[in-house]
Design a protein around this ligand. Structure first.
Ligand SMILES: [Zn+2]
Length: 175
């Protein structure tokens, strides 16, 4: 690559664009709202004594089932897992080979909130987005079975993306 750059052959700039629909929860269709509500509900299953950041995820499968997950932390930090991967691996283990159609993610924390705030008032204002490892894990199922719509809930606004790949450009897909 260095050699090619020196002599100026094949040098170009590529632009990567991601289409994100920005809306409120109320503007989502009924199916999507239900999935977000499940993701919010799943935050109650979070085990997050270290970060105190409670993440819930819900996956709608092609068979109509909704499978939830939540972050599970561990004193040995790297042994824990995120809410998205918790839902992803549970769905794949519970319903092997069934396509994922959509995933919704929600999170709340009491950090930097007034003590009087209820848990329901502590959902993140901005959409919570999956970490790189979760994007890569979800991509595996997307590549096998087709696009997975990604719904990222925030109390102030919600993002809807058409696929996991749109969250992970230049992704690693094969070796
Ligand atoms: Zn993650």
């Amino acid at each position: 690559m260095f050699f090619l750059n020196i002599i100026g052959i094949f040098m170009e700039t590529k632009e990567i664009k991601t289409r994100v629909k920005v809306c409120s929860l109320e503007e989502l269709g009924e199916e999507d709202r239900r999935l977000v509500e499940k993701a919010k509900e799943m935050t109650r299953a979070s085990y997050a004594p270290y970060s105190r950041f409670h993440v819930g995820a819900a996956i709608l499968l092609a068979n109509g089932e909704i499978v939830g997950g939540a972050n599970q932390e561990n004193a040995a930090f790297s042994s824990g897992t995120c809410g998205e991967r918790s839902a992803c691996f549970y769905a794949a283990a519970r319903y092997p080979g069934v396509a994922f159609r959509k995933i919704a993610v929600a999170a709340w924390t009491r950090l930097r909130r007034p003590a009087s705030a209820s848990d329901a008032d502590c959902f993140q204002e901005s959409p919570i987005s999956p970490c790189g490892a979760c994007r890569q894990a979800l991509l595996e199922y997307e590549n096998a079975h087709g696009p997975i719509e990604v719904i990222l809930y925030g109390a102030g606004k919600t993002y809807v993306l058409p696929s996991v790949a749109s969250l992970l450009p230049l992704c690693f897909t094969e070796f």
